[in-house]
Design a protein around this ligand. Sequence first.
Ligand code: ASP
Length: 409
Amino acid sequence: MKLPSLNVQILLGAAFGILVGLFFQNTGTESGLASGTLYTAGLIGTLFIDLLKMILIPLVFASIVVGIANLRQHSQMHKVWVTTLIFFTVTMGIAMVIGMAASLYFKPGTGLEASMFDGAMQDFQAKQMPLPEFFAHFLHNLFVNPFKALAESKVLSVVIFALFMGIALVMGGDRYKNILVLFQEVLEITMRIVNWIMILAPYGVAALLIKLVATQDVAMLGTLAHFVAVVAGTLLFHGIVVLPVILFFFTGKSPFWFWGGARQALITAFATSSSSATLPITMRCATKHLNVKPEIGGFVIPLGATLNMDGTALYEAAAALFIANLVGVELSIVQQMIVFFTAMLASVGAPGIPSAGMVTMVLVLQSVGLPAEAIAILLPVDRMLDTLRTTVNVEGDLTASLVVQKIVK
Ligand code: ASP
């Protein structure tokens, strides 16, 4: 018997995971069957993420070095750099404008009493994150001993060191051609291993979704339904309308073609809530299904996975306005602009791991004097919203790689 294609298997895995998760959500998670299933799902899900993380660092390193070296001419490299950073900034800006506009219009949080959440807020110790310190920390993390960065999976630091290596290889020309060949082969080997890991993807996705859905706090989702609807609606709008329109405008590619090629990465992002863990699959989709040249994809996508977070930026901006409504603070235009800029910084600084956006949001709240403890209110719905915002983050990276490729050409 012939198995359905991997695409279909992953889709079936996701549907199965959600259905089983809903079943246990209804029947409760105390029974022997439920705890056994959740334990097994936890094991399989973690194994899948571990495998992706295992290959992540060698893949990122090799792909950036090779990507940069392939761009060769300095002028071309310069153009890719600049276009990529402009694209990241503009799309994150658009996402935040949408999130903030919707929050100002629908005013989630106005009907709720902040005192309802007093207990949660008292139990929660927010980590202080003054802006200058956050910025210094971010800068300090760019340049790290490469062995330490590789060993500790610091993706951004690895990206930066790989950029230096790639540039040095280009400048050295023929002198270092053996090293270049070595990295090209390492890249091929890592992609081969990614192909193997993909065989597990349908099971990994199913397991992660069973666990996530079964253990959701549904009552809290109900209380915060208005906020959840505004964030989910605007994230969907950005992912289904804005990014595809941008893609079509620059490349003439249809959204269906794009989603078809990006599907495996998008579903994995949804299930893992981690752009970094999804990165190997994102790279594979870009080069294998969306015809992104490795030298562009190998540069734009790893960089995007750590810096370009449309979904996170939208969420942080919208959540700050929600909390302002909840505690009854009217933000002035200037304060809204501060929210805009700090939310952008906070999302750039957020690593691509689950709930990272939630942690860096403290920065946004503090910047306009809102209580940092208020993020305790968002904790119960954060994991659920993280699925969507991570999907949008990854979609943004794939869109960026296609648009940059077109512009640079
Ligand atoms: N989970 C997100 C990501 O990996 C970051 C966030 O928490 O918003 O892209």
